[in-house]
Design a protein around this ligand. Sequence first.
Ligand SMILES: Cc1cc2nc3c(=O)[nH]c(=O)nc-3n(C[C@H](O)[C@H](O)[C@H](O)COP(=O)(O)OP(=O)(O)OC[C@H]3O[C@@H](n4cnc5c(N)ncnc54)[C@H](O)[C@@H]3O)c2cc1C
Length: 512
Amino acid sequence: MATGKDQIIARDGVHESPWQSGLTPIKTNSTADPRTVYDVLIIGGGITGMTSALMLQNAGKKCLLIEAETIGFGTTAGTSAHINTFADTTYTEAQSAFGKEGAQLFADAVNEGFAIIKENIKTYKIACDFAIKKSYVYAETEGQVKQLEDLCKGMREVGLDCTYTDEVPIPVPHQMGVVMENQAQFHPLRYLQGLQKGYGKAGGQVLEHTRIDSVKIENKIHLAKSGDQTFKALKVIYATHVPPGITIFSFRCAPYRSYVLGVKLKDENYPHALIYDLQEPYHYFRTHIIDGQKYLLVGGNDHKTGHDDPEKAFASLERYVRKYYKVASVDYRWSSQYYIPVDGLPYIGHIDGIYCATGFNGNGMMLGSISAKILSDLILDKKTKYEKVFSPSRIKPIDGFAEFVKENADVAYHFVADRFKVHETDSVKRLSPGTGKVVEVDGEKVAAYKDESGQLHSLNPVCTHAGCIVNWNGEEKSWDCPCHGARFDIDGKVLAGPATRGLEQIKAKSHE
Ligand SMILES: Cc1cc2nc3c(=O)[nH]c(=O)nc-3n(C[C@H](O)[C@H](O)[C@H](O)COP(=O)(O)OP(=O)(O)OC[C@H]3O[C@@H](n4cnc5c(N)ncnc54)[C@H](O)[C@@H]3O)c2cc1C
């Protein structure tokens, strides 16, 4: 597991992403004074938190950024780092749910997020492999041709370019494609570290290895607790990808796992563009040079967290890439998590006294960046045109309702089925080293993992967030909750929220 060791930047899974490769953590004013009342406490050190911290510190606010592990530990280290002017929720979909104005605001936000990244790279001279690319989306079937037409129509209606083409640089047979100019790609962790340096220089403080358990407000001061420590601030931002605890976001954001391979080819057939298909779940392709070596990055095969077998998802992705490319070796394989908002647009703003930004789908590079601007504007009492459309307390439009019901019915199913159905009755003795399983021992469910040395790590499998039963993720060696996406390591420690408490450890001896 890439944990808090100093030699490599850490991530919330055992598979190393190419962004971690050769990158060591940097330190930034690593103190926090519990007596100080900070102007703004930013919780979470991914692209959203770090961009917000930098903007607010530059605006004259005294900021403290607190990260549960180390900077970049969350999805920002597991992303695939495309920077697009279009998004997973198409502008046509946004228009049908939020009207013309809503779709335009969404497009403006995505594009402004893109511009913020470009501006930061320029201002802080961040060497992060930023490169302008063309994006292609292609259709393989008649149905997908229709989808492509919708995608293009929606883009044009919000003033973005989208051109039909027969020449998509991909060896997959296709009927039609569209091309978007002036898209981009970058190295997300080098970018993040560039922001971190800028933030440090501006006097911002960072406290790592500190998970905030709760925030309460007393006499207009926010008290953020981590174990027996308390930090004080006038304003608090949850930049934790999904806010911790049981919140409305537990019902409005559905967690998904997504898979990526870094592949060396036998030939030079690496694409010079960002390329996406329209399959369900979809695939995407791009090229990145890591440590002097060209890699084809192929991603996709997404599924709801804890619902499918990650091993099978990787295997099918590898089969897919081998079908179309001459693969010399698969050097990287990693997965990470994102959150789909039930009505298609992110939630960015103020709710219950706290600022938050979540529901970015697969577009968090741009949406995390624009969140920083929106939240900064709100905190600095400036007007922002995005306040209403992204409001976390917005009433969902009717179109989102069906999806909302579907996601919640699914959670309810897992809550009930996982707790009362006996679905594993195996002896822990039969577990092979390096594997985990929820087993039943003396009538009780146990999340058991046998490490390579044969030692058993036994946990109570009831997720501390909302009481569902966790599932084993044999690829990232984690226990993943199928209800709201909380993830835990083999010793029960929280890897990803919304849980704030780890899984309870159970004495292994009694289960052998
Ligand atoms: C495989 C994959 C590919 C993707 N590709 C793209 C892409 O090409 N383009 C794009 O735009 N987007 C992409 N995305 C989405 C994008 O990567 C994410 O939306 C984005 O990284 C989220 O950034 P964040 O800062 O909000 O969250 P994170 O990077 O997850 O950071 C949140 C941080 O908060 C910390 N934290 C959590 N809880 C607490 C707590 N209680 N106390 C203290 N700290 C806490 C975590 O440890 C973590 O470091 C992809 C996502 C996946 C999964």
